[in-house]
Design a binder for this molecule. Structure first.
Ligand SMILES: Nc1nc2c(c(=O)[nH]1)N[C@H]1C(S)=C(S)[C@@H](COP(=O)(O)O)O[C@H]1N2
Ligand SMILES: [Mo]
Length: 225
């Protein structure tokens, strides 16, 4: 994802704003709608990074997942498999928000206000079988990663549909990105399409099967276990 593109979009939005402002001055609702789509850069006294500060290095480049046909599948070792629309996920679960820093192994990081729903709420809805010990997440681009099932509840982990107050842009993972707190960036899977409960502790995700740490713990090196 390139900064120039975001900058161009902002410029274009600014030009439209000026134009509309000039033509239909006294249409305040129009301004209010537009302001909502501007990202926040400060939250409870903390400075936030910009969405434009991410470096794009996805395995197959930016993906566009259409909202109307999207489904989040929850399957595997569950009693009630789920196939949820975007609204099923966002509107039928409580919203949570948190400022969390993403650290990529390449050396850059971003601090973002994330909003989404708790993974434990989604898992509960599918009623996991007791022998399910691993959660495997897969994405639109074929990417995958996995975690021990306890990780989500113990850390109140969310999948985010918003960053800095705006919907995730397509290239940043729309509709959902995992906010994998305390884990390296490669565990923060974007464009999530399925969450599979499993007992396969030998499963390794995309980067994990190429030598990166399976735990992905930030406080360990990324080439350890
Ligand atoms: N589906 C998918 N999710 C992904 C990746 C990817 O290639 N595909 N890259 C990961 C990596 S290495 C990082 S650091 C974060 C943020 O990457 P970005 O800046 O390219 O969004 O997304 C992670 N999630
Ligand atoms: Mo990364």
């Amino acid at each position: 994802m390139s900064r120039p593109r975001i900058a161009l979009q902002l410029l274009a939005a600014g030009a439209v704003a000026l134009f509309l402002g000039g033509c239909i001055a006294g249409a305040p609702t129009d301004n209010i709608t537009r302001l909502k789509s501007v990202e926040v850069r400060e939250y409870k006294g903390k400075n936030l990074s910009s969405i434009a500060d991410f470096q794009e290095n996805s395995i197959k480049g930016p993906q566009t997942v259409p909202k109307d046909t999207y489904h989040l599948v929850i399957n595997g070792l569950v009693n009630k498999p789920q196939s949820l629309t975007y609204d099923d996920v966002v509107k039928k679960h409580s919203a949570v928000s948190k400022v969390v820093k993403l650290d990529c192994v390449e050396g850059w990081s971003v601090t973002i206000l994330w909003e989404g729903v708790l993974v434990e709420d989604l898992l509960r809805q599918a009623d996991p079988k007791s022998r399910a010990s691993v959660v495997i997440l897969r994405a639109h681009d074929g990417y995958s990663t996995s975690f021990p099932v306890e990780y989500f509840k113990a850390n109140k982990i969310m999948i985010a549909n918003k960053m800095n107050g705006v919907d995730l842009p397509p290239e940043r993972g729309f509709p959902f990105m995992l906010v994998a707190e305390q884990k390296w960036g490669y565990k923060w899977i974007k464009w999530i399409e399925s969450i599979t409960l499993s007992d396969d502790t030998s499963f390794r995700g995309y980067w994990e099967s190429r030598g990166y740490s399976n735990s992905g713990d930030l406080n360990k090196g990324f080439f350890t276990d």
